[in-house]
Ligand binder design. Structure first.
Ligand code: 5CA
Ligand code: ZN
Length: 414
């Protein structure tokens, strides 16, 4: 599938520190130690509605990781999927009476344009579920050979007990898993399952649903196995980070890891599992099913500078849950104006310590708010200095030093 066009990342004259990130599986910060290119898999959208601020916040978080790795001197191999066939997409297409393929293509295209406007670096491989069906079928066959697949009617299930480390990603108790599984696409109540937590990997054809031929009869892939198959194909096992929002910790990332670890015993699926907090609006998690959405595309259409949208997101630590408000957007518009003004002066407060502070903050679990605060301070003292005549410690090349770092590390083109 076509990706979007990536903004250029300027080369920096300084190298950032080793990147540490919070790993859900171990419950603490871990040092990333890429061998060769840093390998990143981020779960992509289910394209049945426009990109909202929650999506944007999650993709921005992993964009910061991508940029922090590059600042530290690593190449990055980045893979993202598109869940272009799944229950919510088919249900929406039926409800609004349009072809599901058309809906998926339209919303994926809108997402690409939103990501491009927000200057999110594009994945090297942007891969749809539909185009990956042969990979999914191969993976199911391997799981069958490992004795981890059984049939209920025309559907195939993955047996979670086949992974001796099942539960290792989320660390959740069985009770918690059982409570949440049904709310997030699972079917704990279905008769005939060996374990209520087992997840579907091949859903046999239903009337009115699209289907593809397979050795197990016509049907379509289950959700989790799509990401497992795509990640293993393009990144291999033990890749550096799997990322997504915190609503993917369980069941999605747990099931992906379980399937991969049975197919490739002795290897973890990912070395670390990183999760972004949930963005709320009107007091509830922003979600397509609740309809409390702020769309990136709608703001772009009303002439909001995408760099101001990016600034709102950067002001929140990626792991915190927060609520979108319009006040934050207008404050961010002012910040962007102020920073541009300070940068337009050329000279300013000393830039070298700000560069170090920004790179250090981002390498320490993507702490964008601390990085942004360092630049706020620089801009305030630069503009203040100008008001009172430039101070003795003024740096004649401040803007020229800072601009490439704002661009490379924070993705802000000002
Ligand atoms: N296609 C699957 C992943 S394989 C999926 O979850 N698609 S999605 O469109 O529902 O979500 C895309 C990404 O946005 C996921 O990482 C999800 O965790 C994240 N996300 C969804 N809603 C929010 C929200 N309100 N705040 C933050 N992130 C969110
Ligand atoms: Zn996924």
């Amino acid at each position: 599938m076509r990706s979007w066009s990536s903004p250029e990342v300027p080369d920096l004259t300084v190298t950032g520190p080793v990147v540490r990130i919070h790993d859900t599986s171990s419950g603490g910060l871990v040092e990333t130690r890429p061998e060769g290119p840093a390998r990143l898999y981020v779960c992509g959208i289910t394209p049945y509605d426009a990109t909202h601020m929650g999506h944007a916040a999650t993709y921005l978080a992993f964009d910061l990781l991508n940029r922090a790795w590059r600042s530290a001197g690593h190449e990055v191999a980045y893979v993202q999927n598109v869940t272009d066939v799944d229950d919510p997409l088919l249900e929406r297409a039926t409800k609004v009476n349009i072809d599901w393929v058309e809906l998926a293509e339209r919303e994926t295209e809108l997402f690409r344009n939103d990501m491009q406007a927000l200057r999110i670096l594009a994945p090297d491989h942007y891969v749809g579920a539909v185009e990956s069906i042969p990979l999914v079928i191969d993976l199911i066959v391997r799981l069958q050979e490992a004795g981890a697949i059984y049939q209920v009617d025309t559907d195939l299930y993955f047996s979670v007990t086949a992974d001796t480390d099942f539960g290792g990603v989320s660390g959740w108790s069985r009770d918690e898993m059982l409570r949440i599984f049904g709310e997030r696409g699972g079917d704990p109540e279905r008769e005939g399952k060996q374990d209520p937590l087992d997840c579907v990997v091949w859903r046999g054809k239903r009337e009115g649903e699209p289907s593809w031929d397979s050795p197990f009869g016509p049907g379509r892939p289950g959700w989790h196995i799509e990401c497992t198959a795509i990640a293993l194909e393009h990144l291999g096992t033990a890749f550096d980070v799997q990322g997504g929002g915190s609503d993917l910790i369980f069941p999605h990332h747990e099931m992906c890891a379980g399937e991969a670890q049975v197919a490739e015993p002795g290897q973890p699926f990912a070395r670390a599992y990183a999760h972004a907090g949930m963005v709320a609006y009107d007091g509830e998690k922003m979600s397509k099913s609740k309809g409390n959405l702020v769309f990136v595309s709608a703001l772009r259409l009303s002439d909001v500078d995408p760099m101001a949208i990016r600034m709102v997101l950067l002001r929140h630590h990626y792991r915190s849950d927060w609520e979108w408000t319009d006040e934050q957007l207008w404050a961010a518009v002012d910040t962007v104006t102020q920073w541009r003004k300070a940068l337009s002066l050329g000279a300013g407060a000393p830039a070298a310590p700000v560069v170090s502070a920004v790179l250090a903050a981002l390498a320490e679990d993507l702490d964008a708010p601390t990085a942004v605060a360092a630049i706020d301070e620089w801009a305030a003292s630069t503009l203040g200095d100008t008001a009172h005549g430039l101070a003795d410690n003024s740096d004649p090349d401040a803007a020229a030093t800072l601009k490439p770092v704002l661009d490379a590390a924070l993705g802000l083109l000002l």
